[in-house]
Design a protein around this ligand. Structure first.
Ligand code: FAD
Ligand code: SF4
Length: 554
């Protein structure tokens, strides 16, 4: 018997006729109950479907699989401790196949761990299943298709199982209000101000922003001083249930990305809240000024590391914003840190979700710069001699995570400069990161970081030479390449690749007033310098080892 089975109560506390389906990224049962009509909230049971199919559609990071599986199991157990009936189905098939079997077969969910859905007893009374629509579109479509199959079912009688769907309530922005606004001129800043006002966060009695400004980014671009002490990111001990999952994932998913070792993530609401407590205590005060800073071997710097937990419902975005606001009123953290943190959540996080709703499904194939090459091998090997790339890919392999600037200004930057297919980068981020779900990873990669959407989300491609990385980190000190050299085999590849990119995509730069001067700067160089840049870039790009193209399985 597994530790999960031993912990699972065998007696059914009641025999509910209403069952709430808990999708793997909706681990907040209270929110799910709130979505269903009040008269149907009594005596509900919860239905989980742990589908290994979910983790086989891409080579997902082992720690992400461990996290999701363990967080689902712990949420289920927490509900049993609150005397709810929990039907926990473990299957190799897609989640919707189990739902279909329950619906079409007229099966009654029962309390317990179920490995064969067909063995569930037939329903003897009407059973109502309630499900909130998933945030990511493929899963949402699968659920909606299952529900429409149910409606079309000709033989509904009193003993049938019915499926009711509800809108996703895990986000703060009203998608009907904001999706029509998504267009090249509509920037996150406008949306963010609306959200501040709507949720009355850092807004004074006269309706003006606290401190007089909406945005304190100008104070938030510092590199780390040589002597600064960084918070130690807390490590959560794994219990027997998680330990068992770690061992099984290490074996069953051995060929997947990343390492299963040293798993220290939170898998319960309580532990995720402990991580949030730690951030508010030790990270938030310096979050703002050093938000863009990177340091070798220091993945977190002052970042919260909370996205993974927020994205599955283990912590609430609005609670985090309120806590950050309180930290300002209590004098615990400065306004530039507090406002910066809040902007990431009610600004960027909500904005990318609205963008996703507006732009899917066509944006998935967007490739405005027509890059077709496979992703460089360094994204798997972490051995390129480029200290920045190797350290960051290494931390993704180890943690399934890195903060925003390594994602944007190193990993995506390098992919853009080496003319790699943005779709491949999107898949890589999706399976490499523990916080990646389609609704959030797609806009960040195809919208923000690669300019694949042609300028809807971001006004310019996020590319830079090595100077930016050198300014914001200590990587270049220990790199085999020389940051000061601009061309040739010893030079930092970001240097010549950047100017090669500017030259090749001058139309994109020319269209954007803020960066059009870069084209002039390139054009003013001596012909022999320009040639050296082009030669170095061609040699580097042509010789770069690339990985096989990957496609997502359905
Ligand atoms: C190429 C690329 C891929 C990304 N992929 C993902 C992803 O798969 N999942 C994901 O949650 N974030 C993604 N982001 C956004 C951002 O990098 C992460 O949310 C952030 O680094 C998570 O770390 P943190 O929790 O310490 O964030 P903090 O720096 O502490 O920020 C607080 C919170 O703000 C939110 N946030 C900040 N920026 C963004 C953003 N651009 N989009 C959405 N939420 C944001 C996150 O919920 C985050 O937890 C991506 C960014 C880029 C450039
Ligand atoms: S020199 Fe270039 S490749 Fe090396 S760490 Fe610095 S930016 Fe990265």
């Amino acid at each position: 018997m597994t530790a999960f089975e031993s912990a699972f109560p065998h007696q059914s506390p009641n025999n509910p006729s209403h069952w709430v389906y808990v999708h793997p990224d909706q681990l907040n049962p209270e929110k799910l109950i709130e979505a269903i009509p009040e008269n149907e909230r009594n005596a509900v049971g919860f239905l989980f479907i742990e589908s290994s199919h979910r983790w086989k559609t891409l080579p997902f990071h082992k720690k992400r699989i461990i996290f999701e599986m363990s967080a689902m199991r712990h949420t289920a157990l927490e509900l049993t401790r609150k005397d709810y009936s929990v039907c926990y189905i473990i299957t190799d098939h897609p989640f919707e196949a189990s739902l279909k079997s329950v619906l079409a077969g007229g099966k009654a969910p029962v309390n317990g761990i179920i490995t064969d859905v067909n063995a569930l007893p037939p329903s003897t009374t009407a059973i109502q299943l309630h499900a909130m629509l998933p945030a990511s579109i493929d899963e949402r479509n699968a659920l909606q298709k299952t529900a429409s199959g149910d409606t079309e079912h000709p033989n509904h009688d009193d003993n049938q199982v019915r499926l009711h769907l509800y809108p996703n309530a895990f986000f703060l922005a009203d998608e009907e209000e904001y999706t029509p606004k998504i267009s090249p001129g509509y920037r996150m800043e406008f949306f963010y101000r609306d959200m501040r006002k709507k949720y009355n966060i850092l807004i004074e009695a006269d309706g003006q922003p606290t401190g007089g400004d909406w945005n304190y980014d100008k104070d938030n671009r510092k590199s780390l001083p040589k002597k600064i002490s960084l918070p130690t990111f807390p490590k959560i001990n794994s219990d027997a249930i998680t330990q068992e999952i770690i061992n099984s994932v290490a074996q069953k998913y051995a060929d997947h990305f990343g390492s299963a070792e040293n798993f220290t993530m939170a898998v319960t609401r309580q532990d995720a809240t402990r991580l949030a407590d730690h951030f508010f205590e030790q990270g938030l005060p310096d979050f703002g000024p050093y938000e863009d800073a990177m340091a070798k071997g220091e993945a977190y710097v002052f970042h919260s590391g909370l996205s993974t937990y927020m994205n599955v419902g283990l912590i609430e975005p609005l609670d985090l914003c309120k806590r950050a606001e309180q930290a300002w009123y209590d004098g615990h953290a400065p306004l530039n840190s507090v406002e910066g943190f809040i902007r990431q959540i009610i600004g960027w996080r909500e904005f990318v979700r609205v963008y996703y709703e507006a732009m899917m499904p066509d944006v998935r194939k967007a490739n405005a710069l027509s890059f077709k090459r496979g992703l460089p091998a360094v994204y798997w090997t972490a051995s390129s001699w480029m200290a920045c790339m190797d350290d960051i890919v290494g931390s993704v392999q180890e943690l399934g995570w890195s903060h925003h600037i390594p994602r944007l200004m190193v990993l995506s930057n390098f992919s853009n400069l080496t003319e790699s297919d943005p779709y491949q980068l999107y898949l890589w981020f999706w399976y490499g990161y523990s916080d990646a779900h389609d609704w959030v990873v797609l806009p960040n990669v195809l919208g923000m970081s690669t300019f694949a959407d042609g300028g809807v989300l971001a006004s310019k491609p996020y590319v830079s030479g090595g100077n930016y990385i050198n300014k914001m980190s200590n990587y270049c000190n220990s790199c085999r390449y020389k940051i000061k050299e601009k061309t040739g085999p010893e030079a930092c590849p970001f240097n010549y690749l950047y100017w090669n990119f500017v030259d090749n995509h001058r139309d994109v730069f020319n269209e954007n007033g803020r960066v059009s001067f870069m084209v002039n700067m390139f054009d003013k160089r001596k012909p022999e310098d320009k040639q050296a840049i082009k030669d170095s870039a061609k040699t580097f790009i042509d010789a770069l080892p690339r990985w096989n193209q990957i496609s997502k399985k359905d």
